[in-house]
Design a protein around this ligand. Structure first.
Ligand SMILES: NC(=O)C1=CN([C@@H]2O[C@H](COP(=O)(O)OP(=O)(O)OC[C@H]3O[C@@H](n4cnc5c(N)ncnc54)[C@H](OP(=O)(O)O)[C@@H]3O)[C@@H](O)[C@H]2O)C=CC1
Ligand SMILES: O=C(O)[C@@H]1CCC=N1
Length: 265
């Protein structure tokens, strides 16, 4: 079935997804539609990706059969009320809002709607995204595979139980921010020792990328991969000991806990 893909809200996450589906060739930009509160962002995204834009949300709903609700969760009730009557029966609505449950949205829609709850991250923009997805009971198995293919066009996909969506949001949706902090800190340290910033970012970022690939592509536990870097009596174990002393691991676990606490509010 031919699908027009719509985005209500063209903020950071929607822009990353639009970039992902257009650059991967998954869809033609002519089949992508978007609306946003401020016109300036719409003009920018239209210029960058040559997609169609509307000044109102209802037109996106009426013209599309995959609809991303890419606004923040506090805006969901108003947006759902605006588009409710314009949604086509064959449409699949994709929620990406952290903390927004399928049940909450179903309550606002007040009608039978096919819903996919997806938790992507911004690396979708460069084809290396991670998206966790769950569905409501109205989405067929065939449609689930169609949604998988969409998200796989710009990264990896896991179907998970909706009860795990908050932790998927913290560990998949938010974690790129933690990793950027790590890369920035590594690069700052390199600059402190006289390395030019462009060299520093490249060396730090590629080391993170390669390490992630080792975890994904070797059968080894991350602890074993760490051990392989630490030569006996060498330099790395000095750094590892320092990180342990400074509570590196518990700082990460606490960061995830803070994320989960916020999602409960
Ligand atoms: N950023 C990320 O890495 C991730 C975000 N998400 C989820 O994506 C959603 C959006 O987050 P993010 O992109 O970061 O936030 P942004 O603030 O960047 O984007 C939200 C967009 O929604 C627009 N908007 C607000 N109200 C309306 C409305 N009534 N009608 C149409 N558009 C509206 C805003 O427009 P304007 O700015 O013009 O007011 C803005 O462009 C959130 O629910 C978040 O949980 C999920 C995974 C990762
Ligand atoms: O910061 C946020 O609320 C969103 C959810 C996951 C990433 N960004």
């Amino acid at each position: 079935m031919k699908r027009n893909i719509g985005f209500i809200g063209t903020g950071n996450m929607a822009k990353a997804i639009i970039g992902g589906i257009v650059k991967s060739g998954y869809t033609d930009p002519h089949d992508v539609y978007a609306s946003n509160r401020s016109i300036a962002k719409l003009i920018d995204i239209k210029e960058e990706y040559r997609i169609n834009v509307f000044e109102d949300n209802l037109s996106v709903a009426e013209n599309c059969n995959i609809i991303f609700l890419s606004v923040t969760p506090n805006v969901y009730p108003d947006v759902i009320e605006e588009i409710r009557d314009g949604i086509r029966d064959d449409a699949i609505v994709i929620h990406i809002a952290a903390g927004q449950t399928i049940a909450q949205s179903e309550k606002h829609f007040q009608r039978k709607i096919k819903i996919a709850k997806a938790m992507p991250n911004t690396p979708v923009n460069v084809g290396e995204g991670m998206t966790s997805i769950s569905f409501n009971r109205f989405v067929t198995e065939e449609e689930k595979e169609e949604i998988r293919a969409l998200f796989e066009s710009f990264g990896k996909v896991e179907f998970i139980d909706e009860s795990l969506m908050d932790i998927a949001s913290a560990v998949g949706g938010s974690s790129p921010a933690f990793v950027y902090l790590f890369i920035e800190a590594l690069a700052d340290a390199a600059v402190l020792y006289g390395m030019p910033r462009n060299n520093a970012y490249k060396i730090a970022a590629q080391s993170v990328l390669g390490s992630a690939k080792m975890v994904l592509e070797s059968d080894d536990h991350p602890g074993k991969l760490k051990d392989d870097v630490c030569s006996p009596g060498g330099t790395t174990i000095e750094s590892v000991a320092s990180l342990e002393e400074n509570g590196f691991r518990s700082a990460i676990i606490d960061a995830v806990k803070a994320n989960m606490e916020k999602l409960k509010k």
